[in-house]
Write a protein that binds this ligand. Structure first.
Ligand code: NAD
Length: 359
């Protein structure tokens, strides 16, 4: 009954869809919804907007969907924040759709699979298809993303890849940076939505280029984190205090984001609390770093680019992510992983965690 009423009354051009209400998506969707319904300042006055935007959400993980709905339907009583039963259902109801999914596999499933966006679009008029914009914020494979964008464009819709940096805190605070790939016109159409979820958005060129930039950045981030962890661990093994070593590195040529803002050695930067200071909780998970390094290796394979350090770093994060205690912690936990390898060696158990080699 409710769904029938909605389908009849919904103003599709004025409706936003959001899929993937996980660690990142729930904060991004909340900002997009709050700033759409209540204005950039986040103050909701029921009479402030003549037109009535609607927000449609979908996530197959029921707790994620229910949490989001119970929070926001209460906050915006009288407005429509509604669930759809499939990705196809979302695109039938909404002309602008944001996706924030785990990986390229889910992107292909949601866009091209059964009950996916392609099926939803196929049932719409040409005018409605042309009015459709997809903003995919997933960190996925660049070539797959290009293929999906081509399929959407063949049906008349526009699509940008818009992966983010800034983490869960940035998603919640609305301070993310978006790296956007796709046609200029699609980028311009995406801007009003991106600015509600982030502080910066950069057009990086054609479809797939947002992901290319993201993947290159995270390749360097992974390498620089491992380098920082090695230097900090060697320093501690040689009897240096982490705070002293970090203060010298951070005013010298070894300085980088990993040494300065996310130092992997506990106690290294007392003035800047890091995940290392709270048992490596919060932050950017090792398993996500492992995924991103694999994306870099896949892109390197298709472009014949040698990545010797990238390969070593990817192998290290792959091994580390095989252990639950490391996989779901901030990626600076590589310091602790190497430390355990050192202790294993000192105790005569050989290098590596539980007897395994570290590289
Ligand atoms: P997550 O696993 O917490 O959330 C993903 C959500 O997608 C889940 O709620 C899941 O149920 C949902 N989902 C899975 N299949 C779906 C489908 N078919 N349709 C709709 N929803 C579906 O992941 P996350 O941490 O939010 O990360 C999302 C993306 O952002 C990843 O690509 C990740 O690499 C990237 N990213 C994450 C961070 C971070 O710090 N977590 C930072 C930058 C980028």
């Amino acid at each position: 009954m409710r769904a029938t009423l909605l389908l009849r009354n919904i103003d599709r051009a004025n409706t936003i869809g959001f899929l993937g209400l996980g660690a990142m998506g729930r904060g991004m969707a909340a900002n997009l919804l709050n700033k759409t319904f209540a204005g950039q300042q986040g103050v909701f006055t029921p009479s402030s907007t003549a037109s009535k935007p609607t927000f449609v959400v979908y996530d197959p993980f029921a707790p994620a969907l229910n949490d989001f709905l119970s929070t926001h339907t209460r906050a915006y009583a009288g407005r429509d924040v509604v669930p759809a039963s499939s990705p196809a259902g979302v695109v039938r109801l909404a002309s602008t759709v944001v996706t924030m999914l785990p990986s390229a596999t889910e992107v292909e499933e949601v866009y091209l699979g059964e009950n996916g966006f392609r099926e939803g679009l196929e049932g719409l008029s040409d005018e409605r298809r042309e009015g459709t914009l997809f903003i995919d914020c997933t960190t996925g494979n660049r070539d797959h993303a290009r293929g999906v964008a081509k399929e959407m464009e063949a049906l008349g819709a526009a699509m940008v890849d818009a992966p983010v940096s800034g983490g869960v805190v940035g998603a919640e605070k609305g301070t993310l940076s978006f790296m956007v790939g796709g046609p200029e016109e699609a980028f311009n159409r995406a801007q009003p939505y991106l600015e509600k979820m982030g502080a910066r958005y950069i057009h990086c060129g054609e479809s797939g280029n947002g992901l290319a930039v993201k993947i290159c950045n995270n390749l360097l981030l992974g390498i620089s984190m491992v380098g920082t962890a090695e230097a900090m661990l060697l320093g501690r093994s040689l009897g240096l205090s982490p705070e002293l070593l970090a203060s010298v590195i951070n005013t010298s040529t070894g300085r980088c984001w990993s040494s300065e803002s996310n130092n992997p050695a506990p106690g290294a930067t007392p003035q800047i609390p890091t995940p290392a200071d709270r048992g490596y909780t919060g932050g950017f998970l090792s398993k996500l770093m492992s995924k991103d390094l694999k994306l870099a290796l896949a892109s390197a394979a298709t472009s014949s680019t040698p990545l010797p350090l990238g390969q070593l770093t990817a192998t290290l994060y792959d091994k580390l992510s095989a252990h639950d205690e490391f996989a779901a912690r901030d990626f600076s936990v590589v310091f602790e992983y190497l430390n355990q390898a050192r202790e294993g060696a000192l105790n005569g158990a050989g290098a590596g965690k539980k007897g395994e080699g570290v590289n």
